[in-house]
Design a protein around this ligand. Structure first.
Ligand SMILES: [Zn+2]
Length: 212
């Protein structure tokens, strides 16, 4: 699957090689010499401690920075069952609505400040972003779960009421919804098929109440 638009770096950002580990998620704050030539050693890990317990995105996902704008994607390095915790959202900062931000409440938008920002939208997503529990889980409706090598995706209207940059989805799913601009523009029977965050459910209830 591929999309034209993702929550990723703007076109001006140069996509070169995968950044080194232990970047603390701050992809663009690394000194160039460190980023290109001197991959630092990852922090000590023990295979007995799963990466989703000891947060370490370098063990959970691999970001592909493809040539051209809006062409990055991220692939899973782990296999997990449906509903399992994939990662915790542990470095958010409050933000204004942007193509990289994630809505975490009625009036709260955050920047992820980590490689989670490279998780694309799909209409048949592998993951959900639960912004009440601040964690990313394998889509509970995905019977096959998440497999190593799968593209990591979530359904952007499950967090976003009104997106900063609507786009035409090219996820290739038979369930593809086409234009994605946020939950506010989608039919209830379409949204019904998806896991949604509470703030989206609340905003939908408000909208239904106003229409009644
Ligand atoms: Zn789609």
């Amino acid at each position: 699957m591929s999309q034209l638009v993702s929550k990723m770096a703007p076109p001006s950002a140069t996509a070169t090689t995968t950044p080194p580990p232990a970047s603390n998620g701050k992809l663009h704050s690394l000194p160039p010499s460190t980023a290109k030539n001197k991959p630092t050693s990852p922090p000590p890990t023990d295979p007995a401690i799963p990466a989703w317990v000891q947060p370490d995105l370098n063990r959970l996902l691999r970001v592909e920075h493809n040539p051209g704008s809006f062409a990055s994607r991220s692939l899973s390095l782990v296999t997990l069952p449906a509903g399992a915790t994939f990662a915790r959202i542990n470095s958010p900062t409050p933000a204004t609505v942007a193509y990289t931000s994630v809505q975490a409440g009625r009036d709260l938008h955050i920047e992820l400040n980590s490689d989670l920002v490279y998780i694309n939208h799909s209409c048949d997503p592998t993951l959900i972003f639960d912004m009440q529990r601040w964690e990313v889980r394998v889509n509970p409706d995905r019977e096959a779960g998440l497999r190593e090598g799968d593209e990591l995706t979530f359904f952007y209207p499950s967090t976003e009421w009104a997106m900063a940059q609507p786009f035409d989805c090219l996820c290739g799913s038979t369930q593809c919804k086409g234009r994605i601009s946020g939950a506010k523009d989608m039919r209830l029977d379409v949204l019904d098929a998806y896991w949604l965050n509470k703030h989206i459910e609340d905003l939908l209830a408000d909208k239904a109440g106003m229409a009644a």
